[in-house]
Design a protein around this ligand. Structure first.
Ligand code: NI
Length: 394
């Protein structure tokens, strides 16, 4: 815990910011007040390179170190809330009905502001730090990170490495977890339309019944996991939508199947797309029916690169000691749109403990303000580790 107390004063300030943001949550791409708050705070720290309106409501600020030339690293916080009605009963509970910070993005924003204040004063690093305040993590494609990358932020700000952090209920406050390689899953969706020939339910021999074919296809998809996927790899296929006739006595012309695919690696997405189509098509053709198939790619897997993950682990260890840093945290199948930034640049994503609180996206969730201390400390130690004048970059 060497020196962590130097961040105590910042933590007290960040607690006030965090509770203000918690009280005033905004949904994806509507973070106008949040972005204004962030930009005002950054300016008050004496940072003069601040750009707003990136990907709609995103904000990026650049702090130049005084240690000489060096690369620019990006630190990212997400700012958006969720369409959930809060039940935490905290004094700082949401004032915007039906919207709440149930995923800790209020804390992520406050922690990065805390680190910004420290770094703008210390400037004890070479190169520069780009503080990326991202809109719209919690939405369908195209998400905030995707749009920021598409708007060319990596080239424009000269960012060579990017780092992300997320609060994690279930990990003790003051502890961190990360892992090399895939840490969060990819998210794709698919639609299969089974086209048969409808008719009277009392006379099925005159039809090509798409309901029976759809049932076989759904069961067939399960064997793609059990019989065709390496048991050491992670692939989930879930059928979640099914729509057929709306009457008891009608065999419909077609049945629509929809579902989601989650994987731990990009190669598995190609596999899933190819195999779902091949399996559904073979089954349908066996019955004399056809299918229409759509595979919709959304967030890729969040992939931590080797050198940057080592930097993240080193920084966390400097802050809380090796015993409080889990370097092999369990892979999580949920998707995180920071993955788009990690497709554009090497980097690493780390979990920060929130203690035994309700899960993220639960209406009773709240960010533990104690965790702000560790989040601020981590960002500062990471910059000093990656851009320290005494160490080379990596
Ligand atoms: Ni989140």
């Amino acid at each position: 815990m060497r020196g962590i107390e130097i961040f105590s004063e910042l933590q007290r300030e960040a607690t006030v910011w965090r509770r203000y943001l918690h009280e005033n949550p905004e949904l994806h791409f509507q973070e106008y007040n949040t972005a204004r708050f962030v930009a005002e705070k950054l300016a008050s720290f004496g940072i003069n390179h601040i750009e707003t309106g990136i990907a709609g409501t995103g904000v990026i600020a650049l702090i130049q170190g005084e240690g000489g030339d060096g690369p620019t690293i990006g630190l990212r916080a997400d700012m958006d809330a969720l369409p959930i009605a809060e039940t935490s009963n905290k004094p700082w509970a949401s004032k915007n009905s039906g919207i709440m910070h149930a995923c800790g993005h209020d804390g992520h924003t406050a922690m990065l502001l805390g680190a910004a204040k420290h770094l703008a004063k210390s400037r004890n690093f070479k190169g520069s730090v780009a503080l990326i305040f991202q809109p719209a993590e919690e939405t369908e494609f195209p998400t905030g990170a995707f749009k920021m990358v598409q708007e060319g932020i990596m080239d424009r700000f000269g960012i060579s490495q990017v780092f992300g952090m997320h609060i994690s209920p279930g990990i003790d406050v003051g502890k961190f977890g990360t892992r090399h390689g895939s840490i969060m899953g990819s998210q794709d969706d698919f639609d299969i339309i089974v086209k048969g020939r409808g008719g009277h339910a009392a006379d099925p021999s005159q039809t090509t019944d798409p309901v029976v074919i759809a049932a076989q296809i759904i069961m067939g998809l399960q064997t793609l996991i059990s019989r065709k996927t390496d048991p050491l790899e992670s692939l989930v296929i879930s059928v979640t939508k099914l729509s057929a006739a709306q009457a008891y006595n009608v065999i419909p012309d077609q049945v629509e199947i929809g579902g989601t695919v989650r994987t731990s690696a990009s190669s598995l997405r190609d596999f899933a797309e190819h195999e779902i189509l091949a399996s559904a098509q073979a089954i349908a053709r066996g019955f004399g029916a056809e299918i229409e198939f759509k595979y919709l790619r959304s967030v890729p897997a969040t992939f931590n690169s080797t050198e940057e993950t080592d930097l993240a682990i080193q920084a966390a260890r400097k802050l809380v000691g090796a015993a409080s840093v889990d370097e092999k945290v369990k892979f999580c199948m949920g998707a995180e749109d920071f993955a788009y930034m990690l497709e554009a640049r090497p980097g690493a994503y780390i979990f920060l403990g929130n203690g035994p609180t309700p899960a993220c996206h639960n209406p009773a969730f709240d960010f533990d303000d104690e965790a702000l201390l560790y989040g601020i400390g981590y960002w500062v130690r990471l910059v000093e580790t990656a851009l320290g004048s005494e160490t080379n970059n990596g």
